[in-house]
Design a protein around this ligand. Structure first.
Ligand code: NAP
Length: 254
């Protein structure tokens, strides 16, 4: 039996596990790996879930060998740079074919006022020049650069209640997408938000804030994606399934 390891933590990873199970049935063992950081993750409807880090690239390579993993699809979030680098290193070391499933980034639309920055430190540095009430949609692990900025109220939205925060937000909103444009407009108006900080995650579930910002005429500080290792990339679950089908055919022929 062939064994597919999906590095997950995204809606696409879950959708891929379900589509692969549907396409290949019991002849394909599917494992979906989660970092284990989210307290109540959305779980895939197919495959076996494992949780927790592997112990770096070497640990992942040992897992691939030990569990008889034949193929790896890295469907982690575009900003999860460490696991993506580890996957490239581990697959190079073990010879397991690797595909990166990467949803397309958002692109500015007419009427948008985007300031594209390379990282979170650059986003924080730019903020005081753009507004006085900022909506941070960047994740609990990305807040440290905002600790030193002054004169800007920070409205923070997170999925899980944080254990501790490096900033003192003016408001903390706990919510999980998908979000609607109407809901995001109400939120911008309620808090008097005049600048939005976002990571260029792409995807439909959290894109409504960008439409709302455009409608409200406020600036968006858009943090660009980190660089990814070279290698094959699929933009959709269907493309990833095609890649998997070709690898399975090669394996069957080999
Ligand atoms: P990261 O910085 O790239 O990874 C940090 C460490 O977490 C990795 O070195 C690895 O530990 C472990 N890890 C990450 N993803 C894993 C996975 N799918 N399975 C097993 N271990 C994993 O990642 P991150 O930005 O903290 O993101 C963690 C998870 O949350 C990812 O699965 C990602 O898809 C999801 N996520 C991230 C974001 C984001 O904005 N970064 C947003 C939504 C969802 P070891 O080195 O010990 O193996």
């Amino acid at each position: 039996m062939a064994h597919l390891l999906i590095l997950g933590g995204t809606a696409e990873a879950n959708a891929l596990a379900e589509a692969a199970a549907e396409a290949y049935g019991p002849g394909l063992a599917i494992t979906v790996s989660l970092a284990g950081l989210t307290r109540t993750p959305v779980l895939p409807g197919a495959g076996t879930v494992r949780r927790g880090g592997f112990g770096g690239a070497e640990g992942l390579a040992a897992h691939i060998r030990g569990e008889g993993v034949d193929f790896v699809i890295d469907a982690t979030h575009p900003f999860a740079a460490r696991i993506t680098a580890n996957a490239a290193e581990a697959c190079a070391a073990t010879g397991a074919p690797l595909l990166r499933l990467d949803r397309p980034p958002w692109t500015p639309q007419p009427g948008d006022d985007w300031r594209i920055v390379p990282d979170m430190a650059a986003a924080a540095a730019l903020l005081p020049a753009l507004g006085s009430t900022a909506f941070l949609t960047v994740g609990a692990g990305d807040l440290a650069p905002f600790a030193t900025i002054r004169g800007v109220d920070l409205i923070l939205r997170l999925v899980d209640p944080p254990r501790e925060l490096p900033i003192e937000p003016a408001a903390l909103i706990l919510a999980r997408g998908p979000f609607t444009v109407e809901g995001e407009r109400t939120l911008l108006d309620t808090y008097g938000i005049d600048v939005l900080v976002a990571k260029n995650s792409g995807g439909a579930a959290t894109a409504a804030k960008l439409t709302a910002a455009r409608q409200a005429g406020i600036s968006v500080v858009m943090v660009d994606r980190p660089r990814r290792p070279a290698g094959p990339v699929a933009e959709t679950v269907d493309q990833a399934l095609d890649w998997l089908g070709r690898r399975l055919a090669e394996r069957g022929a080999g």
